[in-house]
Ligand binder design. Structure first.
Ligand code: FAD
Length: 388
């Protein structure tokens, strides 16, 4: 049994702690703030296998299969619901692009199909069908509750012996050659250190700072925090917009009915580089912009009250694909998830845990695609569609 330190108590770190503990490893999990306080509790809840490249499609197909059984495995209701994702095309060129994506997704067993606007209207009763020519529809995509999911993983991880610490900030490492031998952390005003056999950097937007502490260049894995915002309406009758609905050509705007209270969550690619690592202030520009798109997608939303607006980070790499893999002999990274770290977590956590504990994984993950050293080599992947 080896001792693994995980840095970051978001969904990636917590789920990996659980998976490692299942494999019999000793795990100590550090979260500098409170669990979920990074991007995880700010997310739009969406889960999809509708990606546009083989690596992400295969990983997410596997992740969705894990999501389907996750509540049962963890013994908690995480409110995972397969309410689908509906992408909408506004031009003939986009319809052709959708057809190509659908062919690729079908090739790997993801059952997306092209639907007409009559069918789309049946699925999303408040949809304005007029601007759209066709939809790419996968009924197996869905959503889950990020709070319930993280706490379910955390509860089971602790039960399996994981030492999970909040308000415990990693501030440095001891390193010998290509190995990290100890992590240094601050907790309750005291600085302490603990010997470890392996370390996972799951700090997402903060990951470059952690890499720097490990003696690597901050730019080695260039993850930049972008401020991404959401607004939410008062609860609407269930069934009005259950799937995530997105016309990508409208600045990646999307709506999705919250699986818990039925409010409509509205997002869009109206974002900018965060000014600092606590730049969480919602902006009026976003509110105005996102509501313009949301009411074009679903005009009845004009009559709905907005009850919340919030911001979080999309931690973006230059190709919007995460960095997942090994950085030093016993120093690993799973970070830079843009708008898809929540949905990927069940697969990525299992893959990371198996890599750390056994040196290989059963998860169909293309390690080369997500290789954290690809940026240094100037090998960018095709850009992953970034929204939730
Ligand atoms: P995080 O949740 O960011 O966790 C990293 C943690 O590391 C933080 O809690 C931080 O405090 C901690 N940390 C940092 N430095 C240190 C240190 N020195 N010591 C200890 N701890 C440290 N994804 C989806 O899949 N579907 C969606 O619909 C979706 N919608 C989104 C909507 C919004 C508005 C935003 C902002 C994101 C959305 N995402 C979505 C993205 C998703 O939220 C993230 O990709 C995911 O939560 C990343 O999880 P994580 O655990 O890797 O990182």
């Amino acid at each position: 049994m080896s001792k693994v330190a995980i840095i970051g108590g978001g969904i990636t770190g917590v789920a990996t702690a659980y998976e490692l503990a299942k494999l019999g490893e000793e795990v100590i999990l550090f979260e500098k703030n409170y669990f979920g306080s990074g991007s995880t509790f700010r997310c739009a809840t969406g889960i999809r296998a509708q990606f546009t490249d083989e690596a992400n499609i295969r990983l997410m197909k596997y992740a969705v299969e894990r999501w389907e059984k996750l509540g049962e495995e963890l013994g908690f209701d995480i409110n995972f619901r397969q309410t689908g994702y509906l992408f909408l095309a506004t031009s003939e060129e986009e319809v052709e692009a959708f057809k190509n994506n659908i062919r690729l997704q079908n090739k790997f067993g993801v059952p997306t199909r092209l639907i007409d606007m009559d069918e789309a209207k049946e699925i999303v009763p408040i949809l304005n069908t007029e601007p759209f020519l066709a939809g790419a529809w996968n009924p197996r995509d869905g959503k889950a509750n990020p709070f319930k999911t993280l706490f379910a993983y955390l509860f089971r991880a602790r039960e399996l012996g994981v030492e999970a610490r909040e308000k415990a900030e990693i501030i440095g490492f001891e390193r010998e050659g290509k190995e990290i031998t100890a992590v240094k952390y601050r907790s309750n005003g005291k600085v302490e250190s603990v010997k470890v056999d392996a370390v996972l950097n799951a700090a997402n937007a903060w990951a470059p700072l952690i890499n720097e502490m490990a003696g690597l260049k901050r730019e080695l894995v260039p993850i930049t925090p972008y401020k991404h915002q959401l607004v939410k309406t008062e609860p609407l009758e269930r069934g009005q917009a259950e799937p995530l609905v997105c016309p990508p050509s409208w600045n990646d705007a999307y709506i999705i009915q919250d699986g818990e209270d039925g409010g409509i969550i509205c997002g869009a690619g109206i974002e900018h580089r965060a000014k600092s690592m606590d730049d969480y202030e919602p902006t009026y520009d976003f509110l105005r912009g996102v509501l313009r798109y949301a009411t074009m997608i679903a005009p009845p939303l004009r009559h709905a009250h907005i009850v919340r607006q919030w911001a979080g980070f999309y931690a973006k790499t230059p190709d919007k694909n995460p960095a997942i893999g090994k950085l030093l002999d016993n120093f690993y990274i799973a970070a830079g998830f843009s708008g898809h770290g929540f949905m990927m977590a069940p697969a990525v956590a299992q893959a990371m845990a198996e890599l750390i504990a056994k040196g290989r994984s059963k998860v169909p993950i293309d390690w080369d695609w997500y290789d954290p050293y690809r940026f240094e080599r100037g090998e960018l992947r095709s850009s992953a569609f970034q929204i939730g």
